[in-house]
Design a protein around this ligand. Structure first.
Ligand SMILES: NC(=O)c1ccc[n+]([C@@H]2O[C@H](COP(=O)([O-])OP(=O)(O)OC[C@H]3O[C@@H](n4cnc5c(N)ncnc54)[C@H](OP(=O)(O)O)[C@@H]3O)[C@@H](O)[C@H]2O)c1
Length: 106
């Protein structure tokens, strides 16, 4: 039944996931049957990463792209709306994006 499977499914968002550790975290999560929102600040890079995952055999149902720049409030609001509307909940947030928030001056 669709309702039951939606209720028991787990959903994750990974930030900065178009490459490196973030992309690998996406792979690992999907290998556990978790639905992953692969996010990237650059849409083209993010879509390429999703395609790479699909090409490696990961099911279409387990990975979806959404743009997210963690330093842009409008972008964050858009992702929140997307998750609320599409899944109604979020189980896991992996804030991997390489941004410290600190500005270092020499
Ligand atoms: N690799 C290590 O040995 C190591 C060790 C300790 C901690 N870490 C931490 O682990 C995390 C991932 O490391 P990594 O080696 O995989 O880094 P990476 O290959 O440099 O990847 C960083 C990711 O963060 C994204 N990003 C940067 N600023 C962003 C923003 N404002 N909004 C959204 N995404 C943003 C990058 O997007 P673009 O491609 O668009 O730049 C990229 O996808 C980082 O937080 C890093 O500090 C890594």
């Amino acid at each position: 039944m669709a309702e039951t499977s939606t209720a028991t499914k787990r959903y994750a968002v990974v930030t900065g996931a178009n490459k490196g550790i973030g992309l690998e975290i996406c792979r690992q999560l999907t290998s556990h049957g978790i639905v992953v929102v692969l996010t990237a600040r650059d849409e083209e890079k993010g879509l390429e990463a999703v395609q790479k995952m699909k090409d490696s055999g990961i099911s279409d149902n387990l990975v979806v792209f959404h743009q997210l720049d963690v330093a842009d409030p409008d972008s964050i609001a858009s992702l929140v709306e997307f998750v609320k509307t599409k899944f109604g909940k979020l189980d896991i947030l992996v804030n991997n994006a390489a941004i410290t928030g600190a500005v270092l001056k020499s």
